[in-house]
Design a protein around this ligand. Structure first.
Ligand SMILES: *[C@@H]1O[C@H](CO)[C@@H](O)[C@H](O)[C@H]1NC(C)=O
Ligand SMILES: *[C@@H]1O[C@H](CO)[C@@H](O)[C@H](O)[C@H]1NC(C)=O
Ligand SMILES: *[C@@H]1O[C@H](CO)[C@@H](O)[C@H](O)[C@H]1NC(C)=O
Ligand SMILES: *[C@@H]1O[C@H](CO)[C@@H](O)[C@H](O)[C@H]1NC(C)=O
Ligand SMILES: *[C@@H]1O[C@H](CO)[C@@H](O)[C@H](O)[C@H]1NC(C)=O
Length: 472
């Protein structure tokens, strides 16, 4: 008897001691069909995850633990061959993935049907920052059955390794379906009359077709999404992006179906109907394992957007004004800093249902930088000790973690920002903070030209520390 138990025990230990063979599955989005200059910015209909995943987890009532994923943008050729799509062909501005339970997904859609602002926030950038959705999901319960992740990672997606160190995993408690949101611009024309190597369309210029009504605060008759609103501190810098009256480009002029070219000049009608529609797909490979007792869940952090000083994001984007002529190149920089708490906790307007206390502990487990073209560096500091937690910077060998392309192949498109290196931490080494612990972000852009709609964000995850872990 004891021998049998011994064997079973040994078998169990061996089974667990073996490193997990990374298991994976691949899914494709629904087609994204765009004409030149047109913007895609919407949530696709929910799609069922591969049957073996649904069988293994959803049907058995078991959670799946994601350890990472890869992203690719592809075209499906007639012969069935996939080819990678360059950033100069279609520009991925960002993606957001929702994964989980259909009934929770239905609740989100029902809420969206009742609440127009919520609906816009779902596909707009509030989904990206997830604060409104976070608030709605926390109102449904502590462990939402839909997990939003992916967020802002855009052009950098080919060199922006999404891998989490054990025991930290993205837990999908009811893996049944996924519903991605994509923001993509068709930029597939040779550049003409431009002094920059990248398509100016990726900065989402507000074209003459946009009806900007400053008095009523509307763009094309709608409330800008997200609301145009910077922190008091950032607004005080006079950044044009903080005010609709001075808003000339960025996400709010880049809604679904909008064109970022002057359609009066370049097309025969506002839909450019004479132009062909191109078709591309997004492809995701997810790495997963079972949810073990020692697995620790990841939760989105409340930090960091340089236009905010509180939990969550504010304006998200801003403009880089050109520096005065005559400024020496090494001083022609635009620098922004802010301080925000690391975790979400209660009694904040953006997290009214959050039950966490400010003094609860979290581990910082993953931090992905997000910058746009012209970004030179972004740093994350502990604002009490000044310790650098994560930092990336541009350098000619691309080793600093802010990577610019200098070739023609996908992932190395000349002049494009093609990569941003995240930081990740393993259990035992992850920095531990109270939820209200202040973190400082500092971002620097090259200001030798003006830019609209740039971002400086840390897309971060924390992991709640349980009482048991505190005692260890
Ligand atoms: C999700 O739920 C809705 C409403 O109950 C249903 O119509 C739809 O078929 C479900 N989708 C899947 C993939 O099961
Ligand atoms: C090129 O751009 C310059 C300045 O932006 C403008 O004056 C000029 O007319 C443009 N030329 C063409 C051929 O579009
Ligand atoms: C900023 O960009 C300009 C134009 O591309 C370049 O000449 C300059 O060296 C850059 N400055 C820095 C600090 O990278
Ligand atoms: C952190 O840096 C700030 C600004 O440079 C300084 O005022 C402060 O004393 C530093 N704190 C520590 C603990 O070194
Ligand atoms: C392109 O950049 C890489 C670093 O990513 C560098 O090693 C290589 O020499 C560069 N090539 C050219 C032609 O500048």
């Amino acid at each position: 008897m004891s021998r049998m138990w011994g064997t079973l025990w040994l078998a169990a230990v061996l089974a667990r001691a073996e490193p997990d063979v990374p298991q994976s599955f691949t899914v494709y989005s629904a087609p994204i069909r765009l004409r030149y200059g047109e913007v895609y910015n919407t949530q696709q209909d929910p799609m069922v995850l591969p049957q073996h995943i649904v069988d293994k987890y959803f049907d058995q009532g078991k959670a799946m633990a994601l350890s990472g994923f890869d992203v690719e943008m592809i075209r499906k050729e007639k012969n069935g061959v996939e080819s990678k799509v360059k950033l100069s062909d279609h520009y991925l501005h960002h993606y957001i993935l929702a994964m989980g339970d259909n009934s929770t997904m239905q609740k989100i859609f029902q809420q969206a049907a009742k609440d127009k602002m919520f609906a816009r926030m779902l596909t707009g950038c509030h989904a990206m920052t997830r604060s409104h959705v976070h608030s709605f999901l926390t109102s449904l319960g502590d462990d939402p059955d839909i997990v939003y992740f992916g967020s802002a990672s855009g052009a950098e997606y080919r060199h922006n390794l999404q891998r989490y160190q054990a025991p930290f995993r993205r837990i999908i408690s009811k893996p049944h379906l996924w519903a991605p949101i994509f923001h993509v611009i068709n930029t597939n024309r040779p550049l003409k009359n431009t002094s920059v190597p990248y398509s100016p369309l990726l900065e989402c210029p507000c074209t003459p077709q946009r009806k900007i009504d400053v008095k009523h605060g509307k763009i094309d008759g709608e409330d800008p999404d997200p609301p145009i609103q910077c922190s008091k501190e950032f607004a005080a810098t006079g950044n044009p992006s903080c005010n609709l009256a001075t808003y000339v480009g960025g996400w709010r002029c880049c809604e679904h179906g909008v064109f970022v070219i002057d359609t009066d000049k370049e097309c025969s009608d506002p839909q450019c109907s004479e132009e062909p529609k191109d078709e591309i797909f997004m492809k995701y490979t997810f790495y997963y394992e079972d949810h073990y007792p020692e697995t620790r869940k990841m939760e989105m952090a409340a930090c960091c957007d340089v236009t905010s000083t509180t939990q969550g994001v504010e304006n998200i984007e801003y403009d880089v004004p050109v520096c005065p002529s005559g400024t020496p190149p090494e001083k022609c920089l635009h620098t922004v800093e802010t301080v925000q708490p690391v975790g979400y906790y209660h009694r904040h307007p953006k997290s009214p249902h959050d039950k966490h206390r400010a003094d609860e502990l979290v581990d910082l487990v993953f931090a992905a930088p997000h910058l746009h073209v012209a970004g030179l560096s972004i740093e994350l500091f502990d604002d009490i000790t000044n310790k650098t937690l994560c930092s990336v910077f541009a350098s000619s060998d691309n080793k600093g973690g802010v990577m610019y392309g200098n070739g023609t192949e996908p992932g190395n498109e000349n002049g494009y920002l093609v990569g941003l290196r995240p930081c990740s931490w393993a259990g035992g080494e992850a920095p531990r903070f109270q939820r209200n612990h202040p973190l400082r972000t500092r971002a620097v852009y090259n200001a030798s030209r003006a830019h609209t709609g740039v971002m400086s964000l840390w897309l971060m995850d924390v992991s709640p520390v349980s009482d048991a872990e505190v005692l260890v």
